[in-house]
Design a protein around this ligand. Structure first.
Ligand SMILES: *Cc1c(COP(=O)(O)O)cnc(C)c1O
Length: 394
C-alpha cells in the first residue's frame, strides 16, 4: 500500500501544478477535421504536416503491404524479420535523403526514439564528449545518457558558444547533436555553422530532422538539402510518422556508419522489426512527398504558415518567431495556458497546451501545428476564437 500511496501523492502533486496530462481518444483518422472524445474538432495537434496520414494511396499501400508480407515481421532484423519491404524502403530513403553524403545508406527503425538511441549509443561512448543543444528532443537527451558519453549542453542554437566549448575540449572523440527544426519552438538550428565546426574539430554532427523531413528542402528532402550541406561528418535522422504520415524513422549517413549501426546499435539489434506493411506504405509516401502532389501540399502549407504568423502577432501573447509548421504561442504559466486551451476547445479547436518538462519552466505555450490538410476556413475559425478570448484585444 505504501508503494501505491507514494505514486498517488506524486500524481496529486502533478494535479496541483497543472502538470497532469490527459490522453484524448480519436475516433477518426488523423486529419484537420477529427472526431475526438466524441466531438467534432479542428485539430492543430498533429505532426501530420503534409496531411498524408489518412491519404487513400497510403491506406491502399498499407493494405497491399499486409497482403504481400502479412501482419507481423516475426523477428528482429538480424534474425529473420528483415523483409523485402524494409530493404526497398532503405534504398528509397538513401536515394531521397542521403544527398549530403558521397556513399549514402539508410537504416529503417520502428520509431524515431529508437533511431536516436541507436545513433547516439553507437557513435558515442565513454571518452566521447557529446555537445547537445539546450532544447534538443527528449529522445536525444536519453540517447546521450544511454551512451555514457560526457555531455556538455550549449545554449540553444548558439554556435559561437559551442565553438568555444569545442576549442577547450581535448576529448579524443566528439559528437555534436541537434534538432534541425526544434519541436516545441519551430525555429531552425544554425546547420551550416555546425557542419563547419564539426569538420574543423573532427566531430560527428547528428541532426534530428523529425520536423524538417518531407517539409523542408527541394521535394521535401529535408533540412540538410534545404541548407545545401554536404559532409562526411553528417548523420541525419528523419522520422516517418510526422510529415510522411505513417510510422518509423531512419538514420541516413555514409555506408560505413550504417554498417557500424547494424553491427553495434543495441536499439536496432534487440527489437522486433516493424510491420513490413508500414515500410511498404512509407515507400509510397516518399513517392507522394517527392512528386507534384508533395510540392502542392508544401506550397499550401506555406500560405497557412504565413497567415498563422500574422494571426498570432495580433494576440496579446508571445509568438515564437517560426517559419515552419510549428507555431508556438508562449503564455507562461501552466494554469493560464490550460485555460486558453480549454476556451479554444470549447470553440471546437484542438490546440495542445505544452508544459514542463517538455518545455522550460515558465514558458508553457500553445503549440499550433499546421498541416496541408487545413484550409484557410479552418484558420478563420482559429482567428475568430482567439479574438474573443479573455485578455485578447478587441
Ligand atoms: C517525434 C520526435 C522524435 C521521435 O520520433 P518517433 O518516431 O515519434 O519516436 C524524435 N525527435 C524529434 C525532434 C521528434 O519531434
Amino acid at each position: 500500500m505504501a508503494l501505491l500511496e507514494r505514486l498517488e501523492r506524486g500524481l496529486a502533486e502533478l494535479d496541483a501544478q497543472g502538470l497532469r496530462r490527459r490522453r484524448r481518444i480519436a475516433d477518426s483518422p488523423c486529419s484537420a477535421h477529427m472526431t475526438v472524445d466524441g466531438r467534432d474538432v479542428i485539430g492543430f495537434a498533429s505532426n501530420d504536416y503534409l496531411g498524408l496520414a489518412a491519404h487513400p494511396l497510403l491506406v491502399a499501400a498499407l493494405v497491399e503491404g499486409a497482403r504481400r508480407y502479412g501482419a507481423g515481421s516475426g523477428g528482429s532484423h538480424l534474425l529473420g524479420g528483415h523483409s523485402r519491404a524494409h530493404a526497398q524502403l532503405e534504398d528509397d530513403l538513401a536515394e531521397f535523403a542521403g544527398g549530403f553524403s558521397d556513399a549514402p545508406r539508410a537504416l529503417y527503425f520502428s520509431t524515431g526514439y529508437m533511431a536516436n538511441l541507436a545513433a547516439l549509443t553507437a557513435l558515442a561512448g565513454r571518452g566521447t564528449m557529446l555537445f547537445s543543444d539546450a532544447l534538443n528532443h527528449a529522445s536525444l537527451i536519453d540517447g546521450a545518457r544511454l551512451s555514457r558519453a560526457d555531455v556538455q549542453i550549449y545554449p540553444h542554437a548558439d554556435a559561437e558558444t559551442l565553438a568555444a566549448m569545442l576549442d577547450a575540449c581535448d576529448a579524443p572523440a566528439k559528437l555534436i547533436v541537434t534538432d534541425s527544426v526544434f519541436s516545441m519552438d519551430g525555429d531552425l538550428a544554425p546547420l551550416a555553422r555546425l557542419v563547419e565546426l564539426a569538420q574543423r574539430h573532427g566531430a560527428w554532427l547528428v541532426v534530428d530532422d523529425a520536423h524538417g523531413f518531407g517539409v523542408l528542402g527541394p521535394q521535401g528532402r529535408g533540412a540538410l538539402a534545404h541548407a545545401g550541406l554536404r559532409s562526411p561528418n553528417l548523420v541525419s535522422i528523419g522520422t516517418l510518422g510526422k510529415a510522411a504520415g505513417v510510422s518509423g524513422a531512419f538514420v541516413v549517413a555514409h555506408e560505413t556508419v550504417i554498417e557500424w549501426l547494424v553491427q553495434r546499435a543495441r536499439p536496432y539489434i534487440f527489437t522486433t522489426a516493424s510491420v513490413p506493411a508500414a515500410a511498404h506504405a512509407v515507400s509510397a509516401s516518399l513517392r507522394l512527398i517527392a512528386g507534384d502532389e508533395g510540392d502542392a501540399r508544401r506550397a499550401h502549407l506555406r500560405t497557412l504558415i504565413e497567415r498563422t504568423r500574422m494571426l498570432l502577432k495580433a494576440t496579446p501573447w508571445l509568438p515564437i518567431e517560426s517559419d515552419t509548421a510549428v507555431q508556438p504561442l508562449i503564455i507562461g504559466a501552466n494554469d493560464a495556458t490550460l485555460d486558453i486551451a480549454a476556451a479554444l476547445d470549447r470553440a471546437g479547436l484542438w490546440v495542445p497546451a505544452i508544459r514542463p518538462p517538455t518545455v522550460p519552466e515558465g514558458t508553457s505555450r500553445l503549440r499550433i501545428s499546421l498541416s496541408a490538410a487545413h484550409s484557410h476556413t479552418d484558420l478563420d475559425r482559429l482567428e475568430a476564437a482567439f479574438s474573443v478570448l479573455p485578455g485578447a484585444r478587441s
